[in-house]
Design a protein around this ligand. Structure first.
Ligand code: FAD
Length: 650
């Protein structure tokens, strides 16, 4: 029996980014005793890195904006694969979530007449992103943290204890969701600094762990994004939805090598930045796909006029959705028209005065000056695609954020699937976090309250198994002591290279099949991932544990990408380049195959891993038809481009 501390809560929120904090606030306000747990320091999450803004159709800059236009843009951006009810709720509720932030103390940039300012972004018909310079995520997190502190102060006044109803466990990692039968019963956790294990018992767990970018070599994501929540859900029995859709942001830094992949915000293009190839050509005009032809400018002159007169002109193609721009950059580089370090040029220096650039894009100015010695007010940046965001995620109920098939499990934010379809529009993540974070917190609290004392119990055997799994890297040599343990850093690098090269921005059948073979091999080796030393201050051990998650999630991405024989949004198949209407209604669901549910050590003489079978079962599921009143928001000619034949008849 493993001796450890056990605490009881009503709701445990895993993740302290925008989704996690918004969920925690809502759960606590609904009366639930709520614990928040996060891998890094409180306040350090991807949300804090978000630059451009929060998409919400407040209509402050162009009064023609409204939720219906936002819904249309989101569905177009996702190529109609979005879980349409989520897209509807998101578009309807985003403005309230932004105004609410303001009442909690957020200070957004203003328009001349004092309203919250909104900027242009790719795929959004009107200026829609509420922003704070290019540091919007920082303000969002600061505001949510401030709200949490104010709730804790309220609790202190009532009970004498700041943490009576809302407590944050920072620098702690969850490695397993614990269950009682089908139901959630809590989370198994360890403190990163001391290595101490503990259990948070709770009938409801909200997963808000963000993305998976660290499975790819070139990425804008930071160290925590190893797909933990995706893997925790799979291991708890919940399916993942449409994992083939990974967003490669068109503009990451490409030079110097130590910073390759770091994000260059889309606000640069939103504020007038243009993309050019080595011949000086504004190449995006050559890459406007048929489905978007009517909405984008045909000449540089028209595109430039749009910044002054958006109602009388069409927008420049630099503001196409991200998947289109990333593919175009990739094609230019491949055709030999790239910049010296394998990207293309992004220029604002010829478009805005230096002091305006420094004011509107302060982080970008400092990022390039300090990391690349480039002054963006005087010269062009070199940029190229970088793995940025995962549209696939935990399959959830649109209204309640409940994960499919596991009572008590909820998911919100980047870890949840469905909202963005095959491609997310910039700015739609921050609003997604607020809208569905709130919903997840509310429904998790209601679920816990409705149990009326019928609480799940955490069995000792589950705790023992979770502890043994977490300790395995310290005895990785056994049961074959002659074979040296594998180095987790080497395995991680090989995994990242595999995903980058074989399941990256442009995909081919043979390469993805090869990726699955390599992943199978890495999986076997990862069971021998070993570390030296103690549980205290041991990042190698943490990585060895994270490898389980990255391997699971990478297999989901590769297997789904192999299955979907079309190109759509963040999934581009060189061997199946067209978007196929029959695939519009097909969702791909990944589940853990039973036989691999335990990650035990390799038995001596065990047969080699079967790359075809792997650890994931894949199934197709037909999506629910889009509600007629929502379809009526589109012109028929447009629907013909997307919907399957039978849907059009319906
Ligand atoms: P995150 O903010 O990623 O937080 C995840 C949390 O989960 C963290 O606290 C982490 O420590 C914790 N966690 C993870 N695993 C575990 C575990 N096993 N145990 C415990 N805790 C765990 N979107 C926009 O809409 N607009 C933008 O302008 C924008 N700019 C961006 C710029 C950059 C550089 C990046 C990387 C992303 C940007 N995005 C933007 C995307 C957006 O920031 C993210 O999608 C979003 O912040 C994700 O929020 P989240 O709450 O889901 O998760």
């Amino acid at each position: 029996m493993t001796e450890l501390e056990r605490q009881q809560w009503d709701v445990v929120v895993v993740g302290a980014g925008g989704a996690g904090l918004r969920a925690a606030i809502e759960a606590r306000e609904a009366g639930a005793r709520t614990a928040v747990i996060c891998k890094s320091l409180f306040g350090k999450a991807h949300t804090v890195m978000a630059e451009g803004g929060i998409a919400a159709s407040m209509g402050n800059v162009n009064p023609r904006d409204n939720w219906q236009v936002h819904f249309r843009d989101t569905m177009r951006g996702g190529k109609f694969l979005n879980q349409w009810r989520m897209a509807e709720l998101h578009a309807q509720e985003a403005p309230d979530r932004v105004w609410e932030l303001e009442t909690w103390g957020a200070l957004f940039d203003r328009t001349g007449d004092g309203k919250i300012s909104q900027r242009n972004f790719g795929g959004h018909e009107y200026p829609r992103l509420a922003h704070v310079g290019d540091r919007t995520g920082l303000e969002l997190i600061r505001t949510l943290q401030q709200k949490i502190v104010s709730l804790q102060q309220e609790d202190e006044r009532e009970s004498g204890d700041y943490e009576a109803r809302l407590k944050v466990f920072q620098e702690c990692t969850v490695t397993r969701v614990l269950k009682d039968g089908d139901r959630v019963a809590g989370a198994f956790c360890y403190e990163r600094e001391s290595g101490r294990f503990f259990v948070l018992e709770a009938p409801a767990v909200v997963l808000a762990t963000g993305g998976i970018g660290k499975s790819f070599k070139v990425t804008s994501n930071s160290w925590e994004y190893t797909g933990d929540g995706h893997a925790l859900a799979l291991l708890a029995g919940a399916p993942l939805l449409n994992m083939e859709f990974v967003q490669f942001h068109p503009t990451g830094m490409v030079w110097p090598p130590s910073v390759k992949g770091i994000l260059v915000t889309e606000s640069v293009r939103g504020d007038g930045g243009v993309l050019r190839n080595s011949e000086g050509r504004r190449f995006m005009f050559d890459y406007v796909p048929d489905v978007f032809k009517e909405k984008y400018a045909e000449s540089e002159e028209e595109g430039d006029r749009w910044y002054e007169d958006p109602d009388g002109n069409r927008r420049p193609p630099e503001l196409l959705p991200r998947d289109e721009v990333a593919r175009a950059i990739n094609a230019e580089v491949k055709a030999g028209r790239g910049s010296p370090h394998g990207g293309v040029f992004l220029d604002v220096s010829t478009r805005m005065p230096a002091e305006v650039i420094r004011r509107r894009l302060p982080s970008m100015y400092h990022q390039f000056k300090e990391l690349a010695d480039v002054d963006i007010t005087a010269e062009a940046m070199e940029v190229g695609p970088t793995c940025h965001y995962v549209m696939g995620g935990i399959a959830v109920d649109s209204d309640t954020a409940a994960a499919a098939g596991v009572p008590g499990l909820y998911a919100a934010g980047e870890v949840a699937g469905g909202m963005h379809g095959s491609n997310r529009l910039g700015g739609n993540s921050l609003s997604d976090l607020l809208v569905f974070g709130r919903r997840a917190g509310l429904h998790a609290a209601e679920y816990a309250a409705d149990l009326d004392g019928r609480l799940p119990a955490v069995a000792e055997e589950q705790i023992d198994a979770a502890a043994a799994e977490a300790l395995r890297p310290f005895s990785a040599g056994a049961p074959e002591p002659d074979t040296p343990p594998e180095n987790p850093y080497t395995l991680h690098q090989e995994l990242q290279q595999t995903m980058n090269d074989l399941v990256g921005i442009i995909r081919r059948e043979a390469e993805m099949a090869q990726a699955l073979k390599r992943l199978a091999d890495l999986r076997v080796r990862a069971r021998r991932a070993g570390v030296e030393g103690h549980r205290q201050f041991n990042p190698g051990w943490h990585l060895a544990l994270d490898l389980r998650n990255m391997l699971l999630v990478s297999e989901c991405v590769a297997r789904s990408a192999l299955e979907r024989t079309e190109s759509r949004g963040g999934h581009t198949r060189e061997d199946n380049p067209a978007m196929e209407r029959e695939w519009r209604r097909i969702n791909l669901l990944c589940r853990l195959a039973d036989r691999s549910a335990s990650f035990g050590p390799v038995e001596p003489g065990a047969p080699p891993a079967d790359p075809v079978r792997g650890q994931i079962d894949l199934a197709r599921k037909t999506a629910a038809p889009i509600r007629p009143d929502l379809l009526a928001l589109f012109e028929k000619e447009e629907l013909v481009k997307y919907l399957a034949e039978e849907e059009l008849y319906e």
